[in-house]
Ligand binder design. Structure first.
Ligand code: ADP
Ligand code: MG
Length: 350
C-alpha cells in the first residue's frame, strides 16, 4: 500500500553497530536542564534536584503492535515515543527524557531507520524531551522497539490510579474511539490493496481517524492545563486499552464503583459517521477500542467549577461506593455492568 518513495538502500552492515548509532543520533541535542550526560557513555546521567523521578517502559513488536504495510516508519518512531510520554503524563508528571532501543533484521536498510528516527526526533522536539540513550541490536525477524520515558514531578503532584472516592467526578480529555476506527479504515484499505495493488486509497473522509491511529499525541497539554486550573485529580490513567478497561482499573485501585453515562461520552463527528458506515455501535467502540491516549481522571466535586465549560474536558460519570459496581447508564436509562471488553449486554440489571 505504501510505495517505497526512497529507492536508496544502504545495508546496515556497511556502517557497523557504532557507525549506525552515531549516524542515527548525531543530530539530537540535550535541552532539558536535568539531562547532564546523554548518548555516548555507558549510561546517561540526570539531575532532578528535589523532584521525584517517574519512569515507564513500553515494548512494540512488529505484527503484534504495528503493521509496517500501512504504518510509515516516521509515524512509528513518533508513536513509539508518544505512547511512553502518555504514561508519564498519566502520573500528572511532565516527560523530560527518553531512551529508544531497537532490534531490526537486515531486511531494513539504513534509510528505513533514518525515517524511524525522524519520527523520534519530531516527538522529542515537540514535547521538549531529550533522547539520552538506547540500545541497537539485530533481530531474526521483524522489528522490536522498546522506549523508556523519564519524567519529573513534585512529590505532592503525582497522581496514581488509586485515590478516587465515591462522588468524585469522572472526566476524560479529548474524544474517544478515533484511533480504533482509524485502524479499521487502514485494515480495510489493506484488504482492498491485496486484491487490487493498483488501487489508490482515498482516506480523505477518514483523515482525523487515521491520524488518531498513526500519530497519537500524549496529553501533556492537559497535564499543564490542570496545573493552570489548579485542579489535582484524585486518580488518573491514560486510555491505551479502551475506556471500559481503564475505568475498571480506577475502580479496582480506588476501591470504588462507577456510573458512566452513555450520552456523555465524547465522540468526534467523523467517528460517529464512520461507525454508521461500518455498522458499529459508537459506544462500544469508545468503550472497547484502544490507543486514543487520552487521559481519564477523577476530581473532587468541589473542583467542578474550575473545569466546567472547558471544551477539552468532559465529565462522563461519577464514582460510587464499591458495592454499587461499575455500570454504564444507557441513553434508554438502563444500567449495564461494564466489563473489560466493553459491556456485557447479557447481564442487564435494572
Ligand atoms: P553498550 O555497549 O554500553 O550497551 P552501546 O554501544 O550499545 O553501549 O551504546 C553506546 C551509546 O549509544 C550509549 O550511550 C547508548 O545509550 C546509545 N545508544 C545505543 N543505541 C541507541 C539507539 N538506538 N538510540 C539512541 N541511543 C542509542
Ligand atoms: Mg548497548
Amino acid at each position: 500500500m505504501l510505495e517505497d518513495k526512497n529507492p536508496q538502500r544502504t545495508s546496515l552492515g556497511e556502517l557497523g553497530e557504532f557507525g549506525l548509532i552515531d549516524h542515527l543520533t548525531q543530530n539530537f541535542e540535550l535541552k532539558q536542564p536535568s539531562s547532564l550526560v546523554g548518548i555516548g557513555d555507558d549510561a546517561a546521567v540526570m539531575d532532578f534536584k528535589d523532584k521525584k523521578v517517574i519512569v515507564s517502559t513500553d515494548m512494540l513488536v512488529e505484527g503484534v503492535h504495528f503493521d509496517l504495510s500501512y504504518m510509515p516508519l516516521k509515524h512509528l518512531g513518533y508513536k513509539s515515543v508518544m505512547v511512553n510520554l502518555s504514561d508519564i503524563c498519566a502520573m500528572n508528571a511532565l516527560p523530560t527524557q527518553v531512551t529508544v532501543s531497537i532490534a531490526v533484521s537486515n531486511r531494513f536498510p539504513l534509510e528505513a531507520l533514518e525515517e524511524f528516527y525522524e519520527g523520534v526526533a519530531l516527538a522529542c522536539k515537540l514535547y521538549h524531551v531529550d533522547l539520552v540513550g538506547g540500545d541497537t541490536t539485530s533481530s531474526n525477524k521483524g522489528m522490536i522497539i522498546s522506549v523508556t520515558a523519564i519524567g519529573a514531578a513534585n512529590a505532592d503532584e503525582i497522581v496514581y490510579r488509586k485515590g478516587s472516592k465515591p462522588n468524585d467526578l469522572l472526566v476524560v480529555t479529548g474524544d474517544l474511539g478515533g484511533a480504533y476506527l482509524g485502524l479499521q479504515v487502514l485494515e480495510r484499505e489493506k484488504e482492498v490493496f491485496k486484491v487490487n495493488p493498483n488501487s489508490q486509497p482515498d482516506l480523505e473522509a477518514y483523515s482525523y481517524l487515521v491520524e488518531r491511529q498513526l500519530k497519537p499525541e500524549a496529553r501533556k497539554d492537559m497535564v499543564e492545563l490542570l496545573k493552570k486550573l489548579e485542579v489535582k485529580p484524585t486518580s488518573m490513567i491514560d486510555i491505551s486499552d479502551g475506556l471500559s478497561s481503564e475505568i475498571l482499573h480506577l475502580c479496582k485501585h480506588g476501591d470504588v464503583g462507577c456510573n458512566l453515562f452513555e450520552d456523555k461520552i465524547p465522540l468526534d463527528p467523523s467517528a460517529i459517521a464512520t461507525c454508521e458506515e461500518f455498522k458499529m455501535d459508537s459506544t462500544m467502540v469508545a468503550l472497547g477500542g484502544g490507543e486514543d491516549y487520552e487521559l481519564l481522571f477523577t476530581i473532587d466535586q468541589a473542583d467542578f467549577p474550575k473545569i466546567k465549560g472547558n471544551p477539552n474536558l468532559t465529565v462522563i460519570g461519577h464514582m460510587t461506593e464499591k458495592s454499587e459496581g461499575a455500570h454504564l447508564i444507557t441513553r434508554a436509562e438502563t444500567k449495564i455492568p461494564i466489563t473489560a471488553q466493553g459491556w456485557n449486554s447479557f447481564n442487564e440489571t435494572k
